[in-house]
Design a protein around this ligand. Structure first.
Ligand code: SAH
Length: 458
């Protein structure tokens, strides 16, 4: 087998998140975005000993479980992975993938797998989208949407995206039409020139409040103030189901292709919005982390709460606490909850939220978990971990283990990172007691996993 060669084969299996496995006589080829059972034509892109990587060129025969994609953008858009699979099939696939990963990590120890819980909404479930400005082909018209599947540069306008609701689509369309008419350039990632970068839209599922933030560079455009005023007027003129509570403008000149905050101006309303989860109210600022599927987050947090049970802890640590959702939810079962979060604006919001919710036993500390743990005097008797995708920094994990708590809850958005951290935990006197998946991301390959971790000697 040589790089560049073209073969045909059947996707036998898909490993988390979307690594399709095709077997030939002498090796296994990993391809992206396949569905188990699909017959495909693929090109070899990398060859290693006993293994290879390839790229699907064409689906020759669809898998028997596949149907028509629900979204017309599916073939181009890099956002979703499983649009052609019925929802039950997606659940089955994710459940099986995670079970296998955790089984390996468990290394023979007994544990209980409680399967997968579905998302309360299958469509329109997202409360946040970061759309990018760009073009779909060289020198083509301005586009606003998602990256084309497998492309770093090309953008597909996703005006019919199904994982958000109609308000998102209306705001996207109005913004695109307006800036096309005005002939405003987008930021070119190679040349570092141009103005429009991202459109951030957040809409609360419970309060229906909408926050829109236009992210641009600081490069000069003619009559910028008037340009933005008229854009704002366009949005305010839309007939929306929700309520626009803030229209913002953020300037960002960083070279990285991420939505980040350098300086934000309020063009209309306020620079935050409210969402409600499990009867608690949260103030969310544009750049604070908040679970992107609000109704799914309720299922996730309830699952975690059930694992903790009602026995009262003295001190609970909520590490990687974001806007303090978990800390506040656990407030009734602890004398004190301490949240640690690196984004200062999220910590400020968490403090305010706790006060607004009438909770007096929650403390939030801004900083890196790795450092802050050395500064906290209290010792926890229960630790909840909800780290970002990369998992827990090995040195931070060591400090966490050194507390010697009886139980920990690990919530993970990336089971491969979870599996890696679990192996360390198991080598250090802990074992996985039970685990459950919660599907927060229908049509995509992602899934949340909640694990109860127990000290082996208890
Ligand atoms: N528990 C929260 C947030 C989970 S997302 C919720 O359920 O909403 C992970 C959070 O970890 C993000 O808010 C991110 O800003 C924060 N984070 C990332 N690296 C961190 C670090 N080294 N120390 C502390 N917080 C960190």
């Amino acid at each position: 087998m040589k790089k560049g060669q073209i073969y045909e084969g059947t996707v036998e299996k898909v490993l988390f998140p979307n690594k399709g496995q095709i077997r030939t006589e002498d090796r296994t080829i990993t391809v992206k975005n396949g569905v188990p059972g699909q017959q495909v034509r693929f090109q070899v892109t990398k060859v290693r000993k006993g293994k290879a990587e390839g790229r699907i060129l064409e689906v020759l025969k669809r898998a028997s479980v596949e149907g028509e994609p629900a979204c017309r953008h599916f073939s181009e858009c890099g956002g979703c992975t499983w649009q052609s699979l019925p929802y039950e099939e997606q659940l089955r696939l994710k459940e099986q993938q995670i079970k296998e990963l955790l089984e390996q990590a468990a290394g023979g120890c007994a544990w209980e797998f409680e399967g997968i819980k579905e998302s309360p909404d299958r469509y329109g479930y997202r409360n946040k989208m970061e759309f990018s400005f760009g073009d779909g082909r060289k020198d083509g018209p301005l586009e606003l949407g998602m990256h084309r599947r497998g492309s770093f540069y090309d953008i597909v306008t996703v005006e019919d995206c199904r994982i958000v609701d109609e308000d998102f689509r209306k705001i996207l369309k109005a913004t695109l039409v307006y800036f096309r008419e005005q002939g405003i350039s987008f930021y070119h990632k190679m040349q570092h020139t141009g103005y429009l970068r991202h459109l951030l839209v957040r809409k609360a599922a419970k309060t229906r409040e909408i926050l829109v933030d236009l992210v641009t560079t600081t490069q000069a455009v003619p009559k910028e103030a008037e340009l933005l005023e008229s854009w704002k007027a366009e949005l305010l003129g839309l007939s929306l189901e929700g309520t626009l509570t803030g229209i913002l403008h953020t300037r960002n000149d960083s070279l990285a292709d991420v939505v980040q905050n350098d300086e934000t101006a309020v063009l209309y309303g306020r620079d935050y919005f409210y969402e409600e989860l499990l009867g608690l109210r949260f103030r969310i600022t544009p750049f604070s982390f908040f679970q992107t599927n609000s109704c799914g987050a309720e299922v996730l947090y309830e699952t975690a709460r059930a694992y903790i049970g009602d026995t009262k802890a003295r001190v609970i640590f909520d590490l990687y606490s974001g806007t303090g959702t978990i800390a506040q939810m656990l407030s009734p079962v602890a004398d004190k909850v301490i949240g640690v979060e690196i984004v200062e604006e999220a910590v400020e919001a968490a403090k305010e939220n706790a006060a607004q919710n009438g909770l007096t036993n929650c403390d939030f500390i801004a900083g890196d978990v790795l450092k802050v743990l050395d500064e906290i005097r209290e010792k926890p008797d229960l630790i909840v971990l909800d780290p970002p995708r990369d998992g827990i920094h090995p040195k931070a994990l060591k400090k966490i283990i050194d507390y010697g708590v009886e139980r920990m809850i690990y919530i993970s958005c990336k089971p491969t990172s979870l599996a890696r951290d679990l192996e360390v935990l198991q080598a250090c006197g802990y074992r996985m007691d039970k685990a459950c998946c919660v599907d927060m991301f229908p049509w995509s390959a992602h899934v949340e996993t909640v694990v109860l971790i127990q000290r082996k000697d208890t």
